[in-house]
Ligand binder design. Structure first.
Ligand SMILES: Nc1nc2c(ncn2[C@@H]2O[C@H](COP(=O)(O)OP(=O)(O)O)[C@@H](O)[C@H]2O)c(=O)[nH]1
Ligand SMILES: [Mg+2]
Length: 429
């Protein structure tokens, strides 16, 4: 997805100077790419105006080149356009999938089941699509393949009864209902879904939408939202449609968040939605990581740019030596730049330390030494290996970075050795 944008950004990056002409070309290219992805024209035009104005009018922040500055603006705008990173809670729950014919509901039921199974939960699926006889066999097969429990009635006519029976029959922590589709959201489908709702009481109601409907995703999400209520959207077939970007942007504008995306027909082709990953792809991961880091550091201390040896391993040692949150807090108050301290830095609870340790145990040496190599797929691997989520991994890295910035500000050596006393003395205790 957004391959064209990636090319346009690369073209811009490879230019000698980021002058007005280069910016104009970049804006034009991005405009064309977004419209091809079926992003709403009004939004595209707003975005272009914003990029143009900010890229050319703003003073460039010290320490960044004009080119980096422009890329930062483009990065922020695209991320904003694509909405928020999904938050998916890993725990027992009832999940209802709904959507029109062929959207990918049954396949996605299997993918979600596999997602929770891999995270250690006992999972079952219920075949509540009584509309199409083949749906029963399709889901049964999938359930067998991935090794989760299955409930269905091959000759059933009433989906609500099937759900009721399934709930009695299955003894599972995560239960997923695969419902029937229609050609459109008609009265019959809304009624069927609200009846299932009543008996199943889902914690999550996900609308499954195929990427190829592009910006009509907004209308569809809004109509399902008002008919049955939704807690999220899953956009499937991101791998096989050029309009996925349009669908994602449309969902963002419907204010119903995208939770997962489907990227293929196999069970593992499911990702928690993370716009940062897309945008990173577009701008080029290494460039972006280093750019973001540079910006983050600049925001707190330009001199910190020159330093860079406080590794994740040091971080690990350091949080282990300071599990006393009270101590940390007290120390923070003594810092001359206390007002600028990231708020979550004093959040180091015992619980967090042990969860961070588990995550870091799933990282290899390279990652511990240089966390900037941790891209989307590594993050996914680390999360899986440690039984956590990618957002927890991200949280750890963020925490690490903030600490790194702080460490760079005072005596690095004493902190590195975990010698808190020495440091406290320096701070006037
Ligand atoms: N390429 C691709 N195909 C998908 C994806 N999700 C589902 N499909 C295919 O789309 C078709 C319809 O899927 P199905 O789950 O039966 O849709 P349902 O009618 O909503 O239950 C099947 O051929 C699936 O293999 C996806 O993420 N990528
Ligand atoms: Mg189906």
């Amino acid at each position: 997805m957004f391959d064209r944008i990636k090319e346009s950004v690369q073209k811009f990056s490879s230019k000698g100077v980021a002058d007005e002409e280069a910016v104009e070309q970049l804006v034009k290219d991005i405009q064309r790419d977004l419209i091809q992805a079926d992003v709403d024209v009004t939004l595209v035009s707003e975005l272009s105006t914003e990029i143009r104005e900010e890229a050319l009018a703003d003073e460039v922040p010290g320490g960044l080149s004009r080119k980096e500055h422009v890329l930062e603006i483009v990065y922020n705008k695209l991320e904003n356009l694509l909405g928020e990173e999904a938050e998916v809670e890993i725990g027992p729950k009832n999940i209802l999938l709904c959507g029109l014919y062929g959207a990918g509901k049954t396949t996605t039921t299997g993918k979600i089941a596999d997602f929770y199974r891999k995270r250690g939960l006992k999972v079952g699926v219920i075949a509540a699509d009584t509309d199409r006889p083949a749906a029963y066999d399709q889901l049964k097969q999938i359930a067998e393949d991935i090794g989760v429990e299955f409930y269905g009635e091959s000759d059933a006519e009433d989906p609500v009864k099937v759900v009721e029976n399934g709930m009695k029959e299955l003894d599972t922590e995560v239960t997923i209902v695969d419902s029937a589709g229609r050609n459109s959201l008609n009265e019959e489908l809304s009624q069927e879904l609200s009846q299932i709702n009543n008996v199943f009481q889902p914690d999550e109601k996900y609308l499954v939408i195929p990427a190829d409907i592009g910006q009509s995703a907004r209308e569809q999400a809004e109509s399902f939202e008002s008919a049955v209520g939704l807690t999220g959207v899953i956009v499937t077939k991101m791998d096989s449609s050029a309009k996925g970007g349009g669908a994602l942007v449309a969902c963002r504008n419907s204010n119903i968040s995208v939770k997962f995306i489907g990227t293929g027909e196999r069970m593992q082709d499911l990702e928690m939605y993370d716009p940062v990953d897309f945008v990173s792809e577009m701008i080029g991961q290494p460039d972006l990581e280093s750019l973001l880091e540079k910006i983050e550091e600049l925001e707190t201390d330009p001199e910190a740019l020159l330093e860079g040896e406080f590794t994740l391993e040091d971080f690990k040692q350091q949080i282990e030596s300071v599990t006393d949150a009270g101590l940390m807090e007290e120390m923070m108050q003594q810092l001359p730049f206390g007002a600028q301290m990231p708020s979550n830095i004093t959040d180091i609870t015992e619980e967090k330390v042990s969860s961070y340790n588990v995550i870091m145990d799933s990282m290899n040496r390279e990652e511990l030494t240089d966390p900037t190599v941790i891209d989307g797929s590594r993050r996914e691997r680390i999360a899986e290996g440690s039984g956590t989520s990618t957002s927890e991994v991200r949280d750890l890295i963020k925490h690490y970075r903030q600490t790194k910035n702080m460490v760079d500000k005072f005596d690095k050596k004493s902190m590195k050795r975990g010698n808190m006393q020495d440091m406290m003395q320096k701070l006037g205790f």
